[in-house]
Design a protein around this ligand. Structure first.
Ligand SMILES: O=C(O)CCC(=O)C(=O)O
Ligand SMILES: [Fe+2]
Length: 414
């Protein structure tokens, strides 16, 4: 390996991506990969530095194979960094050729699947490519001020028809306006009780911006995001796809009038990937109650009719409803047997019960169980205590953000 990677030596574009800039780290990364048996990768990466585009693609494919060679947690972190590095090289060649869409696609894959070492390089490169792409000004579509969710009042009777049995008849979740930190700590956090908090998100830029298709398209249209297609992740026909944000928005608009399976951008750390969208949200102060550490921020964006089946998570959760409405049903964490969790380790936090179509013979205990539920309206946040079971159905086009956090004692438990 002769020196750290530099800008592309081929191509005719006058600008070069500053990738990867971490010369010393890049060198030692390649050494570690060689030490892990990745000689072929290191050779291809060296050829990529020397200007060979197909070597860059080959290096990326090799790292990709390593990322898919076993369960995610068993992948050596060095291979995730190796994947990012190869994505940076591939992007550099596309950029040099003026292929900005392809360059952004490669950088996004590095951000989605890659490690932490070269994240800054990936973000810097995204900025540069995006600004060049804007100069080329290939319009991503003009939605002429169209809103994601038009302001039509929801007919509660119509809504009830599509909700699971006994919805909104059992205990409703408390709704509290302007809830103080002390009130949240005393009445909900310490007692492990869900609550809907109203009047707490008016200052988020997202509240005014994200309902506009033109805005979303201009900040994220040509970015690649992972989406889920199918009824839900427990169904056999469910799959994941990578699409551009524009294509995803277009699919959501057409979904409005058809009965095709919804496409859902679910549980994706979108704000680590797209900085402009990160600037539109605010971390709720409630997340720091109890001395906790934020574990992850995720986006949940999709059309009406997406369903996240009954499951629980190990963390405290504030689910913030930015655009649209969702129906949410909650069962206490103490219920285990009654909700029939799957026995496989991977799915043991999910219930086998399909709340939309309960099989009363197979799951008799669930029928009469008490639960809490609510319709989470735009501008409201729901606190879900750790391990509380939740089922979520979007009633309109919907964009939510979840904030998961734990305090130290809890993180070491889970
Ligand atoms: O909004 C959804 O579809 C599911 C949200 C969820 O499960 C969570 O925030 O933990
Ligand atoms: Fe969840």
């Amino acid at each position: 390996m002769s020196g750290a990677p530099t800008a592309a030596s081929s191509g005719n574009h006058s600008l070069h991506l500053p990738t990867p800039t971490l010369d010393a780290e890049s060198q030692s990364l390649l050494q570690s990969i060689s030490a892990q048996g990745g000689y072929a990768y290191a050779r291809m990466a060296a050829l990529a530095v020397a200007g060979d585009q197909s070597a860059a693609e080959a290096a990326r494919d090799m790292a990709w194979e390593q990322l898919h060679s076993g369960p995610w947690h068993s992948v050596l972190p060095v291979w995730r960094d190796a994947y990012s590095m190869a994505c940076l090289h591939v992007a550099k060649f596309h950029f040099a050729a003026g292929e900005f869409g392809e360059a952004l696609g490669a950088l996004d894959m590095g951000l989605i699947m890659g490690g932490t070492l070269l994240r800054k390089d990936l973000h810097d490169s995204v900025l540069l490519v995006s600004s060049e792409a804007r100069k080329k000004a290939k319009s991503l579509g003009d939605f002429k001020g169209e809103k994601l969710v038009p302001e039509v009042p929801v007919d509660v009777n119509e809504v009830l028809k599509i909700l699971p049995l006994r919805s909104l008849t059992s205990g409703r979740v408390d709704k509290r306006s302007d809830l103080s930190m002390e009130g949240f700590l005393r009445d909900y956090f310490q007692t492990g009780t869900p609550v809907v908090i109203t009047n707490c998100m008016a200052h988020w830029p997202a509240r005014t911006k994200w309902n506009h298709l033109d805005y979303l398209t201009s900040v994220a249209g040509n970015r690649t995001v992972p989406v889920e297609v199918g009824k839900n992740y427990l169904c056999s026909d469910w799959k994941q796809e990578l699409v551009t944000f524009s294509k995803f928005l277009e699919r959501m608009r057409t979904n409005r009038s058809t009965s095709v399976e919804p496409t859902y951008l679910a549980q994706h750390p979108l704000f680590d990937q797209i900085n402009e969208l990160r600037d539109d949200i605010c971390i709720p102060d409630y997340c720091f109650v109890g001395g906790g550490d934020l574990q992850s921020l995720n986006a949940w964006f999709g059309p009406a009719g997406t369903v996240t089946p009954l499951h629980h998570d190990p963390h405290h959760n504030i689910l913030a409803q930015v655009v649209g409405k969702k129906y949410i049903r909650l069962y206490p964490s103490s219920l285990q047997d009654e909700l029939y969790p799957y026995s496989e380790t991977m799915l043991c936090n999910s219930s086998q019960v399909d709340l939309d179509n309960i099989d009363k013979n197979e799951f008799p205990k669930v029928v009469e169980l008490e639960f809490m539920d609510c319709i989470l309206e735009e501008g409201e946040m729901l606190y879900i205590p750790p391990k509380w079971w939740h089922y979520v159905r979007s009633l309109t086009m919907s964009f939510s953000v979840s904030f998961w956090w734990s305090n130290e004692a809890e993180s070491s438990d889970s």
